[in-house]
Each structure stands twice: as C-alpha cells, then as structure tokens.
Design a protein around this ligand. Structure first.
Ligand SMILES: Cc1cc2nc3c(=O)[nH]c(=O)nc-3n(C[C@H](O)[C@H](O)[C@H](O)COP(=O)(O)OP(=O)(O)OC[C@H]3O[C@@H](n4cnc5c(N)ncnc54)[C@H](O)[C@@H]3O)c2cc1C
Length: 472
C-alpha cells in the first residue's frame, strides 16, 4: 500500500511511522484506534487516485481535517488510510458581489475569516474550535457555533461542493447561485455525512456582511431554571441576538479559575450579544434586560467596550480547555456533549441533567448555545477507574433518554460518529433503512469511514480503545 500511495503523492506525504499512526488514531473524543498509514494529498486529482486505489483494494479511508471532532468522527475504526486534507488549504475565489467564497477543504475557519475581513464579509458558522477546524470537517459535521442563533449552522452556508466519490469519480454538487431548485440537493446530503459518503475537496460558501457594531451582556441567576426560562422567553419575545449562551456554576468556576475573569459565581449566567446598528442594538439589549429581570436575574452587566467584550467572549469560547482546571484528578470527557432540545425545554432538561449527575456520582457541567436549544454537557471523571466509566455510561444513557423524550436530538453540532451512535439509532430508528440504502449507493464497498453512524457498535465504551489509562 505504501508504494502505491507514494507513487500518487510523493514520499514526503506518506507515513506509516508509529508516532504518526498513534497521533492520527485519536481526535478530541475518548476514542483511540490506529490507522495503518497516513497520506496527505495536495490536489483533487491525488484524492481521486487514492480513492480509486483504495476502492479497488477495499481499504478503509477516513478523511481528516484538524481532528477536533468530539465523538470519534475521524478515528479509523477499521484501520486503513487516514486522508489528511490540511494541505488543500487554498482560498480559490472571493466574490462579494455574488455573496460567495470558494475554498479547498483544508482551509481553517478563522484563517478564512481573517482573509474575508477586509472585504467586509465573514463565513458565519463560528465554532469555538475555529482556530483549528477545517471547512471540510465543518461541512462533514454540520458544525455550528455561538452565532448560529442569528446566522445559522454550516448547512445554511453551503451553496456547492466538489466531492470525490469512493470510486474516485469527481462530482460538482450545488451551484454558485443563492437559490437553487434543480433536483436533489446532493451538497445538502453531504452536510453531516461525517466522511461516510464522499470526500469534500472544495466548498462554495455563502458570505455574510460583517456587522458594524455590537454589545454584550452577562445576566446572573441564582437558579439554573431562571437562566433557561430567560433564554426561551427572549426568543419568544421575537428578539434574535447574535449570540445567546448560558453557563452553569461548574462552567463559571472553571473559566474564573483558568482565565481570572471574575464572572459572577452564581448558579447560572446568560451571556448575550446583539449586533448591527447602534439604535437597533440598544433597543434589543434593553428588551433582553427586561426579560432577564422578569425571570429573576440578580444582576445584569452590559458592555460595548471591545476589551471587556473580548473577555466575556473568551470566557465562553475557552470553556472546554478551562474545565480541565475544575478539580485535580478529573478529566473532561465528551460523551453526551451537544444535544439540542426545543428552546422551551432548556430549563427542564438542564435541571434534569444535574439531577442525573448527582444520582450517578459524576460531575457534569451544562452550558451551550442556548438560543438554538443547544445543551452542551461535559462529564468530569477520574478516568483511571473503570467504575467511573460505568457511572458515566449510565448518566449518558439517562441524559439521551431525557433529550429524546422532549423531542430533542442527540447531536446538535458535533456529529454522531461512535460516542452517540447507540442513542442516534434509537432517535432515528425509522430512518435507518434509508441511511443504509444511501450509504450503499455512494459507497458500495463500505470503504469511507466504516463503522460510524448507523454502522457503529452499540456500546461506545468497548467500540474502540479508550485513550486514558484505566487501572481496574
Ligand atoms: C475545544 C473545541 C471546541 C469545539 N467547539 C465547537 C463548536 O462550538 N461548534 C461545533 O460545531 N463544533 C465544535 N467542536 C467540534 C469540532 O471542532 C467541529 O465539529 C469541527 O467542525 C471539526 O472539524 P475538523 O476539521 O477538526 O474535522 P475532523 O475532526 O478532522 O473530522 C470531522 C469529521 O469530518 C470528516 N471530514 C473531515 N474532513 C473531511 C472532508 N474534507 N471530506 C469529508 N469528510 C471530512 C471526518 O472523517 C470526520 O468524520 C469543538 C471541538 C473542540 C476540540
């Protein structure tokens, strides 16, 4: 295999070195499984030739951007080839007059926005991992972020994709037009496909004008339910902030400890931002303050100072690394990490999650892009003890059952991959037959990211190795 791949991309871009294989065997999830080889193509033609070869030999191929997925999305369940697309990082076309930008799949989110800024536009989906995550990974996971409540998720920005099929055939799906009604929207089908249907090599993405100004605020609550109610009441009042987040006390303590932020040490805070023109911003901020006060906010601080706003933003965007500081000996695991529920259920589900945590003896934090119903949880456990994993597994099962029972979904933005597959299969039971048929049509030899989504094992703890040293 090494010889054939070297003939396609050159020696420098192929590695079967044990260290590379180890590093490429995990992402930001708990899962670990080594590939046999890592290959880093630089052109569409090289991707096509690699897939043609792999398909003929029936070798698994797992696409990888930055490996920042949290559910094992890029972990190669069946070994095979890791296809690292980060070398394909060119911005190919910027067309403000047509409201699109065309990029290669390995372009990093924040780098794209850095280049777009002088044009007065941005690519709106805004994950907290924006510094590293690639456009290919964002499309494949349908990533979203803090500003999705106003600007939408990645799916809302995808106008067209260039895809390489398992056979090596190259397809152009979608258009460069803002509207399209010409048959099946294959580009949409690729969104959220987690590398199981084809390799995205190029994306045509919708541009959004940069807002002129913004203000941010933090509202403190002595009850988690008050914060949850405030969020759904803000939306029900017809206010669409540019972000609307909540954080519980575990999250607040963690960012205060790591970043020295001095956020109010209360049971929960709601963090909001309004952008646009000043008159509009001030009007909406006043309305948000009113709703928060009615829901029991004990203090509200609003700022338009860039330094202060940056600190508030950092508090939320650095939350995941900050949580590792919560307590010595506990590590942050992404298990039930990005559920979405109807906005009106945020308060009820968040409270229930804390009750589940207590009963199962795990520390759980809840926070998230509440404006779009997104509830993040992270389970903080001592990973060296097998019993803690069992407790975590029980808690996760209860959390997903709660989420599904209120009409929610097990993944709002990180994708299903391995960790969420058992509950995803429950949630989408009526669609699984269709999922299998679609997979078979695109990838008859099952070489693309096999063993994920509908094909993942039912026990996520034994599906792969766990990348922590478990002692008993
Ligand atoms: C600290 C932190 C914060 C995060 N915050 C957010 C957040 O706010 N919002 C959010 O949505 N996510 C978030 N994530 C999760 C993750 O960063 C996103 O899902 C991101 O889009 C993954 O991009 P990536 O380039 O790392 O993809 P990878 O992890 O490398 O891959 C993800 C999936 O996409 C597939 N894939 C990658 N490239 C391609 C391609 N070119 N063609 C086909 N398939 C491909 C892979 O096979 C895999 O299934 C966060 C992660 C971390 C570690």
């Amino acid at each position: 295999m090494k010889e054939e791949l070297t003939a396609i991309v050159g020696e420098k871009y192929v590695s079967d070195d044990i260290i590379d294989r180890y590093v490429y065997g995990s992402d930001a999830s708990i899962h670990q499984k080594m590939p046999e080889i890592v290959v880093r193509p630089g052109t569409v033609e090289e991707v096509s030739r690699i897939l043609k070869f792999a398909n003929e030999k029936k070798i698994p191929v797992v696409a990888r951007g930055a490996g920042s997925g949290m559910s094992g999305n890029a972990v190669p369940m069946s070994g095979g080839i890791i296809l690292d697309l980060k070398r394909m990082d060119k911005i190919l076309e910027i067309k403000p007059e047509d409201l699109y930008v065309r990029v290669e799949a390995g372009v990093v989110n924040d780098e794209l926005n850095r280049v777009l800024k002088p044009y007065g536009f941005f690519f709106a989906p805004n994950p907290a991992s924006g510094k590293i995550c690639t456009i290919g990974g964002m499309v494949a996971n349908n990533a979203s972020g803090m500003r999705a409540v106003k600007y939408g998720a990645t799916r809302d920005a995808v106008m067209g994709l260039k895809i390489v099929l398992a056979s090596g055939e190259v397809l152009d799906a979608g258009t460069k037009t803002l509207i399209e009604s010409s048959g099946y929207q294959i580009e949409r089908l690729m969104v959220g496909s987690e590398g199981t249907l084809g390799i995205i090599v190029e994306a045509t993405l919708r541009l959004t004008p940069l807002p002129k100004e913004k203000s941010m605020g933090v509202a403190a609550f002595n009850k988690l339910s008050g914060a949850g109610e405030a969020v759904s009441k803000i939306i029900a009042a017809g206010i669409i902030p540019s972000f609307l987040e909540y954080m519980d006390n575990v999250a607040i303590k963690s960012v205060n400890k790591m970043l020295n932020l001095n956020l109010p040490d209360v049971e929960a805070i709601v963090v909001f931002e309004c952008d646009g023109v000043r008159e509009d911003i001030d009007y909406n901020i006043e309305r948000i303050k009113k709703v928060c006060t009615e829901q029991g906010a004990t203090g509200i601080k609003v700022s338009s100072d860039p330094k202060e706003m940056n600190e508030i933003y950092l508090g939320r965007s650095k939350l995941f690394p900050a949580m590792s500081q919560y307590q010595d000996g506990l590590v942050v695991t992404s298990l039930a990490d990005d559920m979405a529920v109807p906005n009106s259920k945020i308060a009820e589900v968040s409270e229930k999650i804390h009750e589940i945590a207590k009963r199962n003896e795990v520390v759980i934090t809840t926070y998230g892009h509440a404006g779009e119903g997104l509830i993040h949880t992270k389970l903080l456990i001592d990973p060296t003890k097998q019993i803690n994993w069992e407790h975590a597994k029980n808690a996760v099962a209860e959390i997903y059952e709660t989420v599904i029972s209120v009409g929610g979904t097990v993944s709002g933005e990180h994708g299903v991959a391995i960790s969420k597959a058992p509950y995803f299969k429950k949630e989408r039971a009526g669609l699984l037959k269709m999922f299998h048929m679609i997979k078979k049509t695109f990838d008859p030899n099952n070489i693309l990211n096999p063993g994920k989504l509908q094909d993942a094992p039912d026990d996520f703890l034994t599906a792969t190795e766990i990348r922590y040293p478990v002692e008993d």
